[in-house]
Ligand binder design. Structure first.
Ligand code: PLP
Length: 378
């Protein structure tokens, strides 16, 4: 018979994620207030940005979200199982290659369609009887979506197209940088499209878009990152509550002499006698390999015993190392924990100092961590 892990075994897991579903619900409500009188959806692609679709989707529904966005068909199927029938679920990738409109209709999923070929397949099928789709106009990402308004108009002239569609959308290139002139250019293009299809609901703003001074929210806002505690206004105070806390246990501490190096390829050199603490998580757990300081650059910090301590050297597959020299010797011992991000340490700051963005840190959260969910019931 297979040996099952006991709860006590799980309690020993060195990396722990605490996911605060109360904060998730509060963040959705705060974004919904900002989006009013427009509606506020919830973007739950990539396993709800790594925090767990199974917990996030029902929490967001209970908070009041009625429209959801996933990236892939299979994510939509999973979301449908977790959500009531009335939930609208849009699939951002559209009619994925190798799929059939019936695959979407079977779960009442709404593809976000971005080409004449896709729209033709959708409106020629019976699928839209179950749930109309969205159409996506590309206003600058050059990724998905109709390439121009004339191309979109032409595709929409096809018989049956109009009743197969219920939402017009586009996506910002740089909404986290309010001074970037591309925001206004995209809004202007989107306004033209809205005038061409006045009967469709309209959706443009992602998390940072909701905070742009022009408030380009229209009928439906589509925040993702901000729901999960990411800062939609970089450079300013984060208006969102932290949702995800990662702590990792210390396995060993050691003193090294000036001139000693730490980690693969000796990328970091001790400039004085340093005390190092080895932490039980690495890039196999989703930590960025470049999170540690090297002789050439600074790195990210973790909080140990209430104090910020730099990570040093290359992050290994299963381990990383923090410099704890400035803490009192008796303040750090094996079994103590380091916080990577959460209430004491900031997710966006950790990501930036690691050479990446919080979106990537969240969506890479490792499978080996023990996950603890703080329930949202109040
Ligand atoms: C991921 C995504 C969003 C959500 O973006 P955030 O910046 O996480 O709020 C919205 N719309 C589209 C098309 C997306 O791909």
């Amino acid at each position: 018979m297979e040996k099952r892990l006991h709860v006590t075994d799980l309690d020993r897991t060195p990396g722990r994620l605490t996911i605060d579903l109360r904060a998730l619900a509060d963040n959705w409500r705060a974004l919904a207030r900002r989006a009013a009188p427009g509606q506020c959806a919830a973007v739950v692609k990539a396993n709800a940005y790594g925090i767990g679709l199974e917990q996030a989707a029902p929490t967001l529904w209970a908070a009041g979200a009625r429209a959801f966005f996933v990236a892939q068909l299979d994510e939509g199927v999973a979301a449908r199982r977790l959500l009531p029938d009335e939930a609208e679920i849009y699939v951002l990738n559209g009619l994925e290659t190798g799929t059939d409109p019936a695959d979407y209709a079977a779960h009442r999923l709404k593809p976000v369609i971005g080409s004449a070929g896709e729209l033709e397949r959708w409106s020629d099928s019976e699928a839209h009887g179950a749930s109309p789709c969205a159409i996506h106009l590309d206003t600058g990402m050059s990724r998905l979506g109709f390439e121009s308004l004339p191309a979109l108009r032409k595709a929409m002239e096809r018989r049956g197209a109009t009743r197969a569609v219920d939402l017009l959308m586009s996506h910002f290139v740089s909404s986290e940088i309010p001074s970037d002139p591309i925001n206004a250019a995209q809004i202007a293009q989107f306004e033209d499209a809205r005038a061409a299809f006045p009967h469709l609901r309209a959706s443009l703003a992602n998390s940072s878009g909701v905070f742009l001074p022009d408030r380009p929210i229209y009928d439906l806002a589509r925040p993702g990152y901000a729901l999960y505690g990411g800062n939609p206004t970089p450079g300013e105070a984060n208006p969102m509550l932290p949702v995800v806390t990662l702590t990792v246990a210390i396995q060993q501490t050691r003193w090294v002499e000036a001139g000693a190096t730490c980690g693969y390829n000796g990328q970091w050199t001790a400039k004085r006698r340093n005390r190092l603490a080895t932490l039980l998580a690495g890039y196999a757990d989703g930590l960025p390999r470049g999170a540690g300081a090297t002789d050439a650059k600074e790195g990210a910090e973790v909080v140990i015993a209430g104090r910020r301590c730099p990570l040093v050297g290359r992050v290994s597959m299963d381990l990383c190392v923090a410099d704890v020299t400035d803490l009192p010797e008796d303040a750090v011992k094996p079994g103590d924990r380091a916080e990577f991000f959460g209430a004491a340490a900031n997710l966006d700051d950790f990501a930036q100092r690691s050479g990446t963005i919080g979106y990537q840190v969240l969506s890479s959260l490792g499978a080996r961590y023990r996950r603890e969910y703080v329930p949202s019931v109040r």
